[in-house]
Design a protein around this ligand. Structure first.
Ligand SMILES: Nc1ncnc2c1ncn2[C@@H]1O[C@H](COP(=O)(O)OP(=O)(O)O)[C@@H](O)[C@H]1O
Ligand SMILES: [Mg+2]
Length: 311
């Protein structure tokens, strides 16, 4: 099948990533910030939010109100940020939190909080249409039963299907039911990520500029042909893996990494203080057995950042 080669490649890339874990804290933080913003912007923009990536960043990081953009656009960005935090909480949790209706409804609550016209966390009480799609979802009265079946379907199939196919099919079955009055697309992309990230994948972003391709693949899936959608999601997974691997490779050039006690005399810091900087993620470092290593480069970068902040 069309997706076999890419799925094989993804497996190999995931292995590379898993081998590089744990990543240095500063890098985890940086990648999370970058990808959360990307996810936030793209997932909302696909659904008609008019904030740009930069505007989304300004709203979230500086609390700025963008002139000419609606309150709803602003709220959606803030809500999405909370939902992504919740996503990371679930994924980081040591507890095994299985996908459930409650979890999906919680996610929905966060996504549409304070937005008029949608009841946060409740299934729809009316019939809906999906703009730009030929598929008409089931009647409202069927939603609880279908959602119940969706969770059973997951339980039954989670050990037989490869994770990309499983997560994609779950995502499609979910939007096909369209259980909420609004917010289904955004919730579906968060749920897709719960399933993938629990297996060690980095967060996957469906890009706004691929919306048409995405809708075409969903349409095909409605007609029983999942291949294009699995391939589409697999490409998004591979993109995130590549970006993560590249970021990690450039941060951990093994040969330039030196133990803190060896490098300290070449700097103005003690090994103890460097240890603190590395552990708190302020200076890039990696753990080698029980000891941390860092590089002159990383220390220089930290100092440059300090100077920039002072300015
Ligand atoms: N043909 C289709 N079959 C199933 N789901 C679809 C189809 N076309 C689009 N969708 C899904 O419907 C979502 C839009 O539903 P909606 O409830 O408005 O989500 P949101 O409020 O997050 O905008 C899209 O993001 C997409 O995931
Ligand atoms: Mg919508």
């Amino acid at each position: 099948m069309k997706q076999d080669i890419i799925l094989k490649r993804i497996e190999e890339k995931l292995k590379v990533l898993k081998k590089a874990r744990p990543f240095p804290p500063y890098l985890v933080k940086k990648l999370r910030e970058q990808f959360s913003l990307e996810m936030n912007y793209n997932s909302n923009a696909i659904e008609g939010n008019t904030l740009t990536l930069r505007e989304t960043m300004l709203v979230l990081q500086q609390g700025i109100t963008i002139k000419g953009k609606s309150l709803k656009d602003h709220l959606e960005a803030k809500n999405q940020a909370k939902a992504i935090e919740y996503l990371y909480d679930i994924v980081d949790s040591k507890k095994d939190i299985p996908i459930s209706e409650m979890l999906i409804r919680n996610m929905h609550s966060l996504v549409v909080q304070n937005i008029d016209g949608v009841e946060a966390g409740s299934y729809r009480a009316h019939d809906v249409r999906i703009t730009g799609s030929k598929h008409t979802p089931c009647g409202a009265f069927e939603v609880p039963q279908k959602m119940h079946e969706l969770i059973s379907w997951h339980k039954k199939n989670k050990d037989n299907l490869d994770i990309i196919t499983l997560a994609t099919e779950f995502k499609h079955r979910f939007v096909h039911i369209h259980p909420f009055g609004d917010g289904n697309g955004r919730v579906s992309r968060l749920v897709l990520n719960i399933l993938l990230m629990k297996q060690g994948y980095p967060i996957v972003v469906i890009l706004k500029n691929e919306r048409e391709k995405y809708y075409r693949a969903l349409q095909k899936a409605d007609n029983g042909n999942m291949e294009d959608l699995v391939f589409f999601i697999a490409q998004a997974v591979e993109r995130s893996l590549d970006l993560y691997i590249r970021a990690i490779e450039s941060s951990t050039k093994e040969n330039s990494l030196v133990s803190l006690s060896k490098i300290a005399p070449q700097t103005k810091y003690s090994a103890e203080y460097l240890g603190l900087l590395v552990r708190t993620g302020k200076v890039a470092g990696v753990k080698d057995g029980r000891n941390w290593k860092t590089s002159l480069d990383a220390i220089e970068q930290y100092e440059m950042n300090l100077i920039r902040k002072k300015k």
